[in-house]
Ligand binder design. Sequence first.
Ligand code: SF4
Length: 363
Amino acid sequence: MSKEIPLKGCPKLMYNGPCGGGSGNICEVTRGKCVWVEEYLRNPENPLFHNIVLDKGFKITDYIPKEREPTSSFMMKLKNGVKTLSYEYVAERNVSSEKIRDELLRLKQVYDAVNFIDSPLGAVHIDPMALAILSKNLGVEPVVQVSCKDKSRVQLEAIVLSLMLHDIQNMLAITGDWPHLIGDKSNRPVFDLDAIRLVYLVRLMSDLGLDYRKRRILNARIIHVGVASNPYFNPLELEVLRLQKKVYAGAEFVETQPVFDKEVVLDYVKRLEERNIHVPLIFSLIALPSYKYAKALEEFARVKVSIEYLDMLKSKGNEANLEFIPRLAEELLSLDSVSGIHILTLGDNNMGLELGKRIRSLL
Ligand code: SF4
């Protein structure tokens, strides 16, 4: 693992490739060119794209994380080839613990695990750790999203210690969005680590019982760490290289950004196989509320929503999801390379429950 300086001109100070928030070569923050994509197009062999780059704060740089025995029931299923069904729970600013408990208990009947989000796009949500503790107490397997956004490595390390303390064994390490995208612009952005260095930090703490400065952690526990990946990223090979680095850093499962058709999944899987990347792949499917929302998403996230889904949303509105998503889930679950399906509904938890029931019957 090398210790090279990052490229200049990246507002998030990424060390290991593009943050994933940009669209093609357009920077999510400046709307100018993404310096990482530009560098890749100029010199794809630059070692920055192939080696994990740690900053000088890391006192351990030669650890190579290995495959581990799973300890959480979610990870056991993934490792044992049992296809999983998980859900992204959005509580936003709903602080009714009764309502949240009720929804989680209903979701538990159909989902193997529930993810708790970390204030995406700078929009304030209840802290995912608080929801994960509540969830664990209800017997619902939590996956805590931990975003590098808005946190120094001290804060990130504190979160990992808290996961260990509460015996919460699954987390998703993400870089996170620039917090001004829809959030308050007076908020000062902090990007101390990127997802790759966060994965490596978690594996140091979890496997070796040491933190980034080599300080001992007493009674360290296993935290299974997953990462995000975008099958629509352009250039896709750059996204594949970034995923390869995440796996080298110790990532144990992947949750993709939402996908809308099987062909995109097949192409993405083929590219991973060509790079010899073998890690459980969970594909996200999102229930969009309307045709208008789908078109806005295409524009904002540069994804290609399938024409069939767009037509269905246009003619049937939100109801289209109950037809389209289980059908796509069935197609994807028939592929050996698909380890699970992850459902997003942007907070429509009744829709989430109904989709969960329909997809569960296919497993
Ligand atoms: S899109 Fe992300 S990685 Fe690229 S320059 Fe902007 S902040 Fe940096």
